[in-house]
Design a protein around this ligand. Sequence first.
Ligand code: PMP
Length: 413
Amino acid sequence: MGKFDPAPVRAQFPIFSAPLRPGVALHYLDNAATSQMPAVVMDAVRAHDATRRANVKRGVHTLAERATDAFEAARAKLARFLNAADPDEIVFTSGATGALNLAANSFGALLKAGDEVVLSVLEHHSNLVPWQMLRDRSGVVLRFLPATAEGHVDVGALGRTVTQRTKLIAVTHVSNVTGAITDVAAITRAAREVGARVLLDGSQRVSHGPVDVQTLGCDLYALSSHKMFGPNGVGALWGKAELLAQMPPFLGGGEMIRTVTLDRTTYAKPPHRFEAGTPPIAQAVGLGAAIDWMNTLDHGAVATHLGALTQRILKGLADLGGGNGRVRVVGPPGLHGRVPVVSFAVDGAHPHDICQMLDAHGVALRGGHHCAQPFMESCGLGGTTRASLAPYNDDGDVDALLNGLEDALAKLS
Ligand code: PMP
């Protein structure tokens, strides 16, 4: 494994070619919200629209065939990225939120009143609200795994949370607040004991390299392209073929049918059954290009590089706190069991104020509840400030963050 140099990677991202403002460089540390796109991905989207733009599936003319081939090639690339058994296990959606709503509606349709779905208090609202909506219309019972003090899904609570009535455990693979990686093996073990399925929200995992859904042993996996260096407006739900085959469609319309009469409709096989209407075609092609781009990275070397930057941030925050607890990391204290996402709370300062003050230094951070209000409440916090890293980040970004924070804390004290 070679040493990773972020400079040539950074050079591939047009956003970094100009300062944020005159004299202020961009230090983009909001990658957990959206990662930047390399030029090759932008070019792939443009090339698609310039040379292959047509609707997919129904056309027989040359452009329509080319568009369909490109769209299906993107599906195959994503299938390989996830180690899916078959490209037809990939359902393109509008994003992770679309994927999770699809799961809650289509898998949810297989459930009856009294069946239980286990979530965690760490879930992004996208993996909570659709299940609450299902509960309210179908009488499914929601149960929740707590979080550990270090911000992991507490798998120690599986024994008292999973019951014979549990039909699904749906949890985040990686927390968007704490960066903590979930112990998926413990989740799948507990699910298997009671014959339940497992859904993972992979939104925060897919930016860090390929995933192996077969080794993970889950049944459904949700993701968004814009968090993995691809365009927004597209994402996917992966599902085991035998499970997708049991799930009824969620959205009705063109492209998802086999036959339609005025009385009734029969449905296409997965994945088309779940892809009503014109899909985000150029965006899916862009996602395929983003996967090609990610495949050029040495992910082990990237992880070592980002681990070193994360360690600097953790140490810098501890030093800024001066041991008096003014700055508190919300999440794992070290590198073990986490991705390079660091949330912290500053006593007496609102995260939005911190973000605004850091923006003056060109540092892009996210502050607030991160669409995880129940977790914030369980921590007794209104929100945190979050720095999240990607392969183009370097020591200069961490310097800007820590210097900017020092400046902000001095002004706030
Ligand atoms: N789940 C998690 C863990 C996330 O971080 C996000 C995005 N912040 C989502 C779901 C929703 O993703 P999207 O907005 O792309 O649908």
